[in-house]
Design a protein around this ligand. Structure first.
Ligand SMILES: [Zn+2]
Length: 172
């Protein structure tokens, strides 16, 4: 289970929509293994395939960061079935180390997708889990949390991030 480097803001793979997975094969299972290893090593509570340079609609979420196997979520081609309410909480991203912001997110989501065996799964998420689903599905749509801020905050933060990206000098 190799740990892969996590791409940072400014890398083109992070800013373009990823492709749906058409075949559930050994490569996808290997990708899940690498994503989980990379997420735990960071450590983080979620990771999307484009963050390790693979432009496919694959996400992993584990709010327990490895403490509770029941909390592991591995989804291929995730999509929203429902989005209700509103919440505003601080968010960070492994691809934007050292920065945080408070994007508007739904309070509750219902998400469906395929698990690594190709079986359909439906998850209901509230609070942190709802935010995690939104954050990771944004990643496979080529969006980062900065893209969800109000125009003023977004432009200000993006200016700083573009400067960081040019220097390549990210805090880890
Ligand atoms: Zn992220």
């Amino acid at each position: 289970m190799p740990i892969r480097p996590i791409l940072k803001f400014g890398h083109p793979v992070l800013h373009a929509p990823s492709a749906p997975v058409s075949d559930m094969d050994g490569e996808i299972r290997q990708l899940f293994d690498d994503m989980v290893a990379t997420m735990y090593a960071a450590p983080g509570i979620g990771l999307a395939a484009p963050q390790i340079g693979v432009p496919l609609r694959v996400i992993v979420i584990d709010l327990s960061v490895g403490d509770d196997a029941k909390q592991m979520i591995k989804l291929v081609n995730p999509e929203f079935v429902e989005r209700d309410g509103e919440q505003h909480e601080e968010e960070g991203c492994l691809s934007i180390p050292g920065f945080g912001a408070t994007p508007k997110r739904p309070a509750r989501v219902v998400v469906k997708g395929l698990d690594p065996e190709g079986k359909e799964r439906v998850y209901i998420g509230t609070d942190l889990l709802a935010r995690a689903f939104c954050h990771e599905i944004d990643h496979v749509d080529g969006l980062l949390f900065v893209d969800r801020l109000t125009p003023l905050k977004r432009d200000l933060l993006k200016r700083k991030l573009r400067k960081k990206a040019r220097s390549g000098d990210w805090e880890e």
